[in-house]
Design a protein around this ligand. Structure first.
Ligand code: ADP
Ligand code: MG
Length: 219
């Protein structure tokens, strides 16, 4: 589904943050991406989300070579990838329902065709009674789950989440992890960036470990 070959990334004229990355993300796979703060987890997620171009090496996404991909084809590839950003990026003036429905509205779908789906998804993440709440009144954990619902609403084939349990208590972290595991069992590939060892110990999964700019894979 996604393939990196000898990928390197530097910001501007700085040192290489990521070096010689060679690995794959298979369809319907689950992996943690880990490493200490500053190791390059967010940078690697940006490469996976096609928000950054590598400074060297080859990235293939859904069988398309990123180096020769016409810019106009990027949005359609990106729509197949859902992202949960570390800072949520919810729009404060829109209800939780509208935030989650936004990707579908932007894609030009008619509300009558998706309302029930969005309500069901919000129920699944435990926000069934928060549809009309504005993000500023949501708790940290509720915002987190709204951001997860928004990333899932367009049914991505690949879900990327950046420290999705960074701001929640251990009990909620377990619940969020269960959502990702269920999602994986329903056929989605999942990559969770985290430095939370306790979280990774809860689920036996492939680990991509960043250290000194290089990636080590533990199957
Ligand atoms: N936009 C940027 N410009 C320059 N350097 C950056 C930028 N973003 C991240 N970095 C640097 O890249 C390295 C990896 O950062 P990051 O990917 O955020 O790591 P992590 O998510 O693992 O904490 C750090 O040294 C960080 O300072
Ligand atoms: Mg980070």
């Amino acid at each position: 589904m996604l393939r990196f070959e000898n990928v390197g990334l530097r910001y501007g004229l700085g040192p290489e943050v990521l070096r010689d990355l060679t690995f794959q993300i298979a369809p319907n796979s689950f992996q943690f991406l880990t490493g200490p703060s500053g190791a390059g987890k967010t940078t690697l997620l940006r490469l996976l989300f096609l928000a950054l171009k590598p400074t060297r090496g080859l990235i293939t996404v859904f069988d398309r070579d990123m180096a020769t991909l016409p810019k106009r084809d990027l949005p359609s590839l990106r729509r197949r990838i859902g992202v949960v950003f570390q800072d949520f990026r919810l729009l404060d003036h829109m209800t939780t329902y509208d935030n989650v429905a936004l990707p579908l509205r932007v894609a030009g779908r008619d509300e009558a065709s998706y309302r029930a789906e969005v309500v069901e998804l919000l129920g699944w993440v435990g926000l069934g009674d928060r549809l009309d709440a504005l993000p500023p009144v949501l708790s940290g954990g509720e915002k987190q789950r709204a951001a997860i619902a928004r990333a899932l609403v367009a049914r991505p084939e690949l879900l990327l989440a950046d420290e999705p349990t960074g701001n929640v208590d251990p009990q909620l972290a377990r619940r969020i992890l269960r959502l990702f595991v269920e999602l994986h069992k329903s056929g989605t590939s999942v990559v969770i960036a985290t430095h939370d060892i306790a979280l990774m110990d809860l689920y036996d999964a492939r680990r991509l470990v960043l250290h000194d700019g290089r990636l080590h894979v533990y199957e």
